[in-house]
Design a protein around this ligand. Structure first.
Ligand SMILES: [Zn+2]
Length: 586
């Protein structure tokens, strides 16, 4: 067994996926939950513990435990392998054949970020770093907070980090790929971050994958500078502070969303650990899903200015798309969350947090300021304004309840709101994913289940199966042929290996058969499988028999008796053989 197989046999796919998806046991060997790869309300994502694979009947993704980790974490095969091995205390083989070029680059970039982090932190406490420390003191950031968030300082000279990388002989290509080093037009390299307060950005596991830098010189053009996208940093997947916040988010079942690094740090230091920040990147569905893995509720607390209100409106739409429960928190005095915590104190912030409104009240407030609800036109305008957000609520009852609330809030009869919402509901055709039932005969279903879950049975039966001529007439022929082909190529017939040789539709049928609640696989023992193949071979004979009979009849009618004679003899032999094999089968 090679290392990949060994790892897969020691890792329980249900518990690994269960860390990302709430799985419920749906039948004997089917755990199901809401798919993490597409948006759905009816669980169509299924995991098999015995056969060690997952499949979504909605978006048709499927694979084994390694593929799942690769997809959901956005990591390479090698990293998924290494991560799972580490988490389960399984030692990796020393000279690993799995470390491909891509993974080596990523490992080097991680290492460069660790080095940069040490460097920036040391700079902060050097004499040159005074300017940064003074800034932090002015913003009321305590020394322990500076430590906790790993804040640092990039030197103005512009070559110190570069020299460190050169001393350690990182190749130029890796330096460029890291995003920490830039190249001038003359071809020379320089540090991307200079004279800036440095914020390390981590992935969900807490590894540093990027930096944000705040300018300290007043004349600097861009106040904030972030790492560019690199092989280890995907902006659309990353939220600032999520790795620290996730425990608290789970515990409190809600996250607080703020705009910048200082907001996240300030709010967290005031005792609200469940805070994450967008930090200058576009808010994306993937970021929301990263939060949703931990809690369904979110309180949006973006900046109080006009741009912040626009961003909030946009965030609401995105969050509703992902079925998050959204509240909006508003701070008075034009203060951002960090300033509010410092000036008014944690208690005042807590109060605002508890008072956070359901998002539609916030939207209605905005609309009420814009339109005059004492006129019919005004009310219509308000409803028009609210409609896009309300339309995004996929639950009908919830939509009705909100319609009532909105009606009371803007002071119109609820029937009027309901009418306009109902109209919008009509054009929103809710799509439910039906699990299509493939009608596969029990013999084929049982046989395929047996071959994929019983390696010994597969070894013993496969040659016999390959002999079956009728195979290419069966509805499941492509699946059975794929199993035969995988085996012939020396592989083990797993869902992954077989599925890789199939078109989407056949892979779906295969997944359905494997998840169908058939009697326990043990009941489909090897003996049963042998009989099943016997029945298929018998069908072969019957077919041959019928074909021969038809041919003889044809020849006889054409008067070609000498040609018909030898065939008639063969027919007799077939008949005897068929009766013998029939006795064997029954
Ligand atoms: Zn899906």
């Amino acid at each position: 067994m090679d290392f990949v197989d060994q790892l897969k046999s020691q890792v329980n796919i249900v518990s690994v996926i269960g860390q990302y998806v709430q799985l419920k046991k749906a039948s004997r060997d089917r755990y199901s939950g809401l798919c993490p790869f597409h948006k759905e309300r009816t669980p169509s994502f299924s995991v098999s513990e015995v056969k060690q694979f997952y499949h979504c009947f909605g978006c048709h993704v499927s694979g084994d435990v390694l593929k799942f980790v690769m997809e959901i974490e956005g990591v390479s095969f090698y990293e998924a392998l290494k991560g799972l091995a580490e988490r389960h205390g399984i030692p990796m083989p020393k000279r690993s054949e799995y470390a491909d070029e891509d993974s080596r680059t990523r490992a080097a970039l991680m290492q460069m970020h660790e080095l940069a982090q040490e460097h920036f932190r040391a700079n902060l406490h050097s004499s040159t770093g005074e300017v940064a420390l003074a800034y932090l003191a002015r913003r009321g950031v305590r020394p322990e907070t500076i430590e906790q968030f790993g804040l640092g300082y990039s030197l103005p000279s512009g070559r110190s980090l570069l020299r460190m990388f050169e001393e350690r002989q990182f190749p130029a290509a890796q330096m460029e790929a890291s995003g920490l080093v830039g190249q001038s037009q003359s071809g020379g390299y320089y540090d991307r971050f200079r004279n800036r307060l440095m914020f390390p950005i981590h992935d969900a596991d807490g590894k540093i994958i990027a930096f944000g830098g705040r300018a300290l010189a007043a004349d600097e053009k861009s106040k904030y500078l972030n790492s560019p996208e690199t092989p280890i940093y995907r902006k659309s997947k990353t939220l600032y502070n999520l790795h620290r916040a996730k425990e608290a988010i789970r515990k409190e079942q809600r996250a607080i969303l703020v705009e910048g690094y200082m907001d996240a740090i300030g709010v967290s230091a005031a005792g609200f650990g469940a805070v994450v920040a967008i930090c200058g990147t576009a808010f994306t569905a993937q970021q929301i899903q990263a939060i949703k893995r931990h809690a369904p509720h979110i309180v949006v607390n973006l900046d109080p200015d006009g741009a912040g209100a626009k961003a909030t409106e946009k965030a609401i739409g995105l969050l509703l798309e992902e079925d998050m429960k959204v509240r909006i928190m508003e701070l008075d005095g034009g203060l951002d969350p960090d300033e509010y915590c410092k000036q008014r104190g944690a208690e005042a912030y807590r109060e605002k947090l508890d008072q956070a409104k359901e998002y539609f009240y916030w939207l209605a407030d905005g609309a009420r300021k814009k339109y005059d609800v004492h006129t019919n036109e005004g009310v219509v305008s308000v409803l028009q304004f609210l409609l896009p957000a309300v339309r995004r609520i996929s639950d009908r009852l919830e939509r009705m309840a909100i319609a009532n609330d909105v009606a009371a809030y803007i002071g119109v009869p609820s029937g009027m709101v309901l009418d306009s919402f109902r109209k919008s509901a009509a054009d929103r055709q809710e799509k439910y994913i039906e699990l299509p039932r493939a009608t596969v005969p029990p013999d084929e279903r049982g046989l395929i289940n047996l071959l994929l879950s019983n390696a010994e049975g597969c070894d013993r039966l496969i040659e016999e199966l390959a002999r079956v001529e009728t195979l290419d007439r069966l509805g499941t022929r492509r699946i059975l042929q794929a199993i035969v082909a995988v085996h012939a190529a020396g592989g083990r017939a797993t869902f992954d290996a077989v599925g890789a040789r199939l078109e989407d539709n056949d892979r779906r049928i295969l997944a359905e058969m494997l998840f169908a609640d058939d009697p326990a696989v043990e009941e489909f023992g090897i003996e049963w499988g042998a009989k099943c193949i016997g029945r298929l071979l018998h069908t072969d004979e019957q077919n041959r028999y019928l074909k021969l009979k038809a041919r003889i009849y044809e020849l006889e009618r054409a008067g070609k008796l000498d040609e018909a004679m030898p065939l008639a003899e063969e027919l007799g032999r077939l008949k005897q053989g068929s009766m013998a094999s029939r006795r064997g089968v029954q």
